[in-house]
Design a protein around this ligand. Structure first.
Ligand code: SF4
Length: 295
């Protein structure tokens, strides 16, 4: 726990610490318990209908995990899911203050120790000042300091997004992208997350755009996707940058009604992706991408 190498990424992997606080602009910023958000997400309808006022079900799960919303705000949630959430909430006996404090102690030194000039070079961010970076994240510029992160509108993003950004910047010595695409299941230590990637990322996109290649193309281009010149039987191929040096390749195979072939998506990652984020963060980022693309 005290080992800096394990700070926020460790929090997510170990699941033994649920959240953390960082002090930003003189106030306490509650960071999201990512594992819990993923667990809540599993209980949601996953329609990304937006009726709760949040664009994606995962975004809603993230807010619910930090009690920014209540379960009642999702009108589509089943009674069983509501009951499961109540049970889980009632079953938490740890002291948030204690775990937050532990998490703070483990993450703060790591963020504080970042060499921003070096991080700018390795991540492709722009060094605006010695202690301030401009970093494009999911096609949107963000301002990153040791104290906080602001989006292009000057707002703090949802806490779990800030954690993803800090996690990325804290990865030691990330290499340049290899240019070699791999499936999620080829990422080291991905085995336990295969289903989450397939179900919460690839299937979400495939189902949403089944029979609508043009809609997929428009959504990809709106989200900064670049048409990729890749040979194969896919109906569309787009390359994205989750971070400046974190490429992903989306391959879309539309449904073929006559052959009973459902629409499929493969979201391929760079061979070096495990040097850009820990495996849980890779999944959470993929889920956020799927939510935004289909939102
Ligand atoms: S969480 Fe929000 S986006 Fe998801 S189903 Fe419920 S109302 Fe719709």
């Amino acid at each position: 726990m005290s080992n800096i190498r394990h700070s926020s990424a460790w929090l997510i992997r170990a699941g033994s610490v649920n959240a953390l606080h960082l002090t930003a602009r003189g106030k306490s910023v509650k960071f999201i318990p990512m594992k819990k958000a993923v667990e809540i997400y599993k209980l949601l309808p996953k329609t990304n209908c937006g009726r709760c006022g949040t664009a994606s079900c995962f975004g809603f799960a993230a807010k619910l995990a930090t009690r920014q919303v209540t379960a009642d705000e999702c009108p589509l949630m089943t009674d069983d899911a509501r009951e499961a959430l109540r049970e889980e909430d009632g079953g938490r006996h740890d002291s948030p203050g204690t775990v937050y404090e532990q998490a703070l102690q483990s993450l703060k030194p790591k963020v504080a120790a970042l060499d921003f000039a070096r991080v700018a070079q390795s991540s492709g961010a722009i060094l605006r000042r010695p202690d301030c970076l401009e970093l494009t994240f999911l096609n949107e510029p963000h301002t990153v300091t040791r104290d906080c992160i602001l989006d292009s509108a000057g707002r703090e993003p949802l806490p779990f997004l800030s954690i993803l950004i800090y996690n990325h910047l804290c990865m030691p010595d990330p290499p340049a992208p290899s240019g070699e695409w791999i499936t999620f299941s080829s990422v080291p230590a991905s085995h336990a997350k295969d289903k989450a990637w397939a179900g919460h990322v690839e299937e979400v996109i495939a189902k949403h755009f089944a029979g609508n290649v043009d809609g997929l193309r428009k959504a990809c281009e709106k989200f900064g996707g670049r048409l990729a010149d890749i040979k194969g039987s896919h109906d569309a191929a787009y390359e994205f940058r989750f971070f400046p040096r974190y490429p992903v390749l989306l391959l879309f195979y539309d449904a073929v009604q006559d052959e009973n072939f459902p629409a499929q998506v493969k979201l391929l990652l760079d061979r070096n992706v495990d040097r850009y984020l820990d495996i849980e963060s890779i999944v959470v980022l993929g889920e956020e991408f799927a939510g935004r693309l289909t939102g």
